[in-house]
Ligand binder design. Structure first.
Ligand code: NAD
Ligand code: IPM
Ligand code: MN
Length: 347
């Protein structure tokens, strides 16, 4: 029986974790769930966003399912105060989850829910492969009374392994990789570009590779999103570009993610969005990114392809049937959206 560590976290986190568990229990009784406090909720009780006990439980699990962390009550500019987001970064680093996969595939029923024109987004099916445990997120930070700095550092090995993930993914898709960098300015990007091309030449010359500067990529993503297949990029660029890409699907409330490490490491599955403090407690949170993250967990974390496809199909059919949460321009709340998806799962 697979053990799944669940981390509801903060804000809308617990409100979307509950429906996710309901969905999983509808699919199968064959799960063992272990819930832990995480993020701000863990700071309030333990003084830290990620306890050693929670990290150890995640390491032992078959998969980790996370909703969201963060909120204004823990926001601080004091470098010594604990922050919810440190829990997430510590978990990614602690599990060695260097590859973050963010699939962007708008469902036809939502083409008109996107602020982008239907003819621009039609046929879009792209995958952002974001490097997740290196770069400026994890470099040394300094702060004095008059200055501050964040170091952006990448080793060749870190770039090689994420490049391989992107090329392998492309081979199962449309065989194209766009490597996004800022090689006209940054030394880390110049190294990134060289290493991606070395890996390409040595092992993946059947895959079509292009280089796109990150500012241009941000523009191309809204101008011609359907032309992208796999986008591979470093940590910070991937964070920003994936929120932008979310709007192609209609809402950030639709985008799931999978964070994977070396073989035998449990994966972490979570929506791309945050804890949405502005709507927390109102029952308005869209649970679909969470459900689609459950599908990624079933597929990539547990190897349960049939169940994964059943969840994705139930989400598609609920949307085809007219389900629209508020972020998609409708009036369905979390409970109604959950019911609609679970009803389609049953039939
Ligand atoms: P956010 O993604 O939480 O919210 C941005 C906007 O999108 C808000 O208007 C919100 O209401 C809306 N939104 C997000 N998810 C939604 C959903 N499921 N249904 C309906 N609407 C949704 O980003 P933010 O406001 O910049 O950040 C809030 C907090 O979340 C911060 O503390 C941030 O650090 C944290 N955060 C956490 C994660 C994570 O846990 N993985 C990711 C991003 C941000
Ligand atoms: C994400 C989030 C996180 C990130 C934050 C909460 C640390 O924005 O998962 O995209 O920047 O990676
Ligand atoms: Mn983000």
């Amino acid at each position: 029986m697979p053990t799944i560590v669940t981390l509801p976290g903060d804000g809308i986190g617990p409100e979307i974790m509950k429906p996710a568990l309901e969905l999983l229990r509808t699919l199968s009784e064959d799960f063992s769930f272990e819930e832990h406090l995480f993020g701000g909720a863990a700071i309030d009780v333990h003084g830290t966003a990620l306890t050693d006990e929670t990290l150890a439980a995640c390491k032992r699990a078959d998969a980790v399912l996370l909703a969201a962390v963060g909120g204004p009550q823990w926001d601080t500019t004091d470098p010594d105060a604990p922050r919810p987001e440190q829990g997430l970064l510590g978990l990614r680093k602690g599990l060695g989850l260097f590859a973050n996969l963010r699939p962007v595939r708008p469902v036809p029923a939502l083409y008109d829910a996107s602020p982008l024109k239907r003819e621009r987004i039609e046929g879009t099916d792209l995958l952002v492969v974001r490097e997740l445990t290196g770069g400026i997120y994890f470099g040394a930070k300094t702060r004095t009374a008059t200055s501050a700095s964040d170091l952006c550092e990448y080793s060749v090995a870190e770039v090689q392994r994420i490049a391989r993930v992107a090329f392998e993914a492309a081979r199962t898709r449309r065989n194209q990789v766009a490597s996004v960098d800022k090689a006209n300015v940054l030394e880390t990007s110049r190294q990134w570009r060289e290493v991606v091309h070395d890996v390409h030449r040595e092992s993946y010359d059947d895959v079509e590779l292009s280089d796109v500067l990150v500012d241009n990529a941000a523009m191309q993503l809204v101008a011609r999103p359907a032309d992208f297949d796999v986008i591979v990029t470093e940590n910070l660029f991937g964070d920003i570009l994936s929120d932008e890409a979310a709007m192609i699907t209609g809402s950030i409330g639709m985008l799931p993610s999978a964070s994977l490490g070396e073989r035998d490491t449990p994966g972490l599955f979570e929506p791309v969005h945050g804890s949405a403090p502005d709507i927390a407690g109102t029952g308005a949170a869209n649970p679909l990114a969470m459900f689609l993250s459950v599908a990624l967990m079933l597929r990539n974390g547990l190897g349960w392809e049939t169940e994964a496809a059943a969840v994705e199909s139930a989400v598609d059919r609920a949307l085809d049937g007219g389900l629209r949460t508020r972020d998609l321009g409708g009036d369905a709340g979390t409970a109604e959206a959950t019911r609609a998806v679970i009803d389609h799962l049953d039939g």
